[in-house]
Design a protein around this ligand. Structure first.
Ligand code: DX5
Ligand code: ZN
Length: 213
């Protein structure tokens, strides 16, 4: 069954402890933290200190989606704060192979993230060494945007490639996920759905998460 990873970007930031509790009780498989530096994307969110402060309230995996220019400089902070999955954008100017190896050797999972305009071929050199590939279905920076359907063939191609090469990375999709788009991306081969506004728009998170699964 598909995993649902609620993005805290649309949560009530004045009460994140309670939000996490309700998400976990509602069946969230992970918690997605959108880290933005105002440089890689035109918005600023929060840093590792916030992730660390919430770590004590649940054991479910935390994923740090690093929308930052210099992930090489900051990934370790997120790992030390308690992140279980570190998401690195393929568009960042870093040595991806060595960064992936460093994160993996610390025993945590790595996800390579791809923006909507970026061709899927860009991640092909890493499919054998990453744990996950996260396809962005909105341009990163803000929650509540409309799903970009052009990314669906990327999910299909990745899913086909995984089968052909007998690989076992997970495929995630992030942005504009709701009940309808969830169906489309699951059919295309997605294993993880990151969803923010759809979940937090509802009062009952369990019902919302259930509608995505
Ligand atoms: C966008 C973020 C997403 C986003 C998802 O930059 O990476 O995680 O918050 O939010 P919705 O589900 O509202 O598109
Ligand atoms: Zn995200």
């Amino acid at each position: 069954m598909v995993k649902v990873s609620p993005s805290l970007l649309s949560a009530d930031f004045s009460n994140l402890k309670e939000e996490i509790k309700k998400l976990v009780e509602g069946g969230a498989d992970r918690i997605h933290f959108d880290i933005m530096d105002g440089h890689f994307v035109p918005n600023i969110t929060f840093g590792s200190i916030v992730l660390k402060s919430l770590r004590k309230f649940t054991d479910i995996p935390f994923e740090a989606h690093l929308m930052i220019t210099d992930p090489d400089k900051y990934w370790k902070d997120f790992l030390d704060a308690g992140a279980d999955i570190i998401g690195i954008h393929i568009e960042c100017d870093v040595d991806h192979k060595s960064l992936i190896e460093k994160i993996k050797s610390s025993g945590k999972r790595v996800s390579i993230v791809l923006n909507p305009p970026t061709e899927i071929e860009k991640v092909y050199p890493f499919v054998g060494i990453v744990d996950e590939i996260l396809i962005m279905s909105v341009n990163p920076g803000f929650g509540g945007q409309k799903f970009i359907p052009d990314v669906v063939p990327k999910i299909e191609r990745l899913s086909k490639l995984r089968e052909e090469k007998s690989l076992n990375f997970l495929i995630g999709v992030d942005g504009g996920i709701n009940e309808e788009t969830a169906k489309v991306v699951k059919k295309a081969g997605a294993d993880i759905l990151v969803a923010g506004s759809f979940i937090f728009k509802g009062k009952d998170y369990k019902e919302r998460i259930g509608r995505l699964k």
